[in-house]
Ligand binder design. Structure first.
Ligand code: FES
Length: 138
């Protein structure tokens, strides 16, 4: 039952991605490739003061990578840099099984992915891109 729900959530984000597109003159524009499959994602973000005022993503990849990118944009929108960094760290520690996935949250739909180590890169691709963008001074 939960499994079906999770599949539905992933497919929903994949088919109707939130915040897919580009941002003109972004503060962050980071392109990352998943070396395991060659799929790619570009993450764009705009800051207003310390807050993420807009975040978008583009690229192509499997349902997991696209759904996870879509969920990430919803998650990081409006966050401060520090809070965004915390979200990214938190998500990555869920994907390594160190911390639990939140209940009643779309992100929980990615829980099953941790059983497939090769797909973890799919799920973390956009998040790593955002982090890299911030590290690079965006
Ligand atoms: Fe390429 Fe998932 S198979 S990003």
């Amino acid at each position: 039952m939960m499994r079906e729900l999770y599949t539905q959530i992933i497919m929903d984000h994949y088919q109707r991605p939130r915040n897919r597109g580009e941002i003109d003159n972004p503060d962050i524009e980071e392109h990352l490739l998943n070396p395991l499959c060659g799929d790619e994602v570009t993450v764009y973000a705009l800051f207003e003061g310390d807050k993420v005022s807009d975040v978008k993503f583009g690229g192509r990849g499997c349902a997991i990578s696209q759904a996870s990118a879509s969920m990430m944009t919803e998650r990081l929108m409006g966050k401060s840099r520090e809070a965004a960094e915390k979200e990214i760290k938190g998500f990555k520690s869920m994907m390594t099984g160190e911390t639990e996935f939140p209940e009643m949250d779309d992100l929980a739909a990615l829980k099953g992915v941790i059983q497939y180590p090769s797909r973890i890169k799919c799920a973390t691709l956009a998040w790593n891109a955002f982090q890299k963008g911030m590290n690079d001074g965006g």
